[in-house]
Write a protein that binds this ligand. Sequence first.
Ligand code: UDP
Ligand code: MG
Length: 318
Amino acid sequence: MHTVDIIVPCYNEEEGLSMFYDETSKVVNTIPNYSFRYIFIDDGSKDNTYKKILELAKAHNDVKYVSFSRNFGKEAGMYAGLTYSTADYVIIMDADLQHPPALIPHMIKGIEEGYDCVAARRTNRKGEAPVRSLFSRSFYKLSNKMTDINLVHGAVDYRIMSRQMVDAVLKLSEVQRFSKGIFEWVGFKTKWLPYENVERTVGTTKWSFWGLFKYAIDGITAFSVTPLRIVTCCGFTISLGAFIYIIITIIQTLAFGIDVPGYVTTLSAVLFLGGIIEFSIGVLGEYIGHIYIESKNRPIFITKDTNLYMKGNNDRNE
Ligand code: UDP
Ligand code: MG
């Protein structure tokens, strides 16, 4: 019998949780030779998610939970789930049923075919604002150009991983986590399962546009120093241009006498360079900010309550 932990990060998901449990259990209970258990991560929800999870845990033996002291974000939720998991395989999936449980048997099949990881990939973005899809597509293009890792377009966090891969992911213990990149970075053989996007039926998305934008910047800066190189190249090109301009001006002055300098030219040069300098400081600042936060070495999450031990197979309740 192989064991599988299903990690479900939840933030304000009270409405959908029991439906999630029922729908997913219907699917996993039909899979022979694998025993499943859920690890719900209550990410400091402001609604009754925690209470709902406790109810589920009371009613079902296969429901485990970890409740955070506050909202730490989905990335922290996934990391906590992986930290607490002890099973041979780990599935990460959203609580809102946007990750169809029907894919789980296919994921198991992929594992049996010898893959270390089977991950879901959205083939369309139905129900999403067009501008959000546009930005998302541009992000993938930009990120794949700038970083060494290749992010797969439409890849979501819904996946099954072998214990070996989970342990590798856990070794990357950075506080500012960008899991999509981390999963690629650790390597291992991944099979992609395409699926049609499912719209959320209950609750609302937790992502704001600004939140996604910050996530995208973090994603790129976490895996590449290309932006710093671009700044260096810009500086070099501008200096070269300025040097050529100075030579031309000196020759002109020597040959034709002193020209009255143009007010507009001076002002545009100052403003343009000012802009570039501010931008460069901003790019540097992004990296320094990352170093600053990482150097504090704070925990990724803080557990307030759980029915699991951090390491080991036993449940506190048994
Ligand atoms: N989530 C979380 N912490 C947060 C935000 C979201 O654990 O701070 C969970 C959320 O409950 C859901 C999953 O992450 O299970 C995906 O969130 P959401 O559905 O809002 O994202 P989307 O599907 O719109 O990308
Ligand atoms: Mg969702």
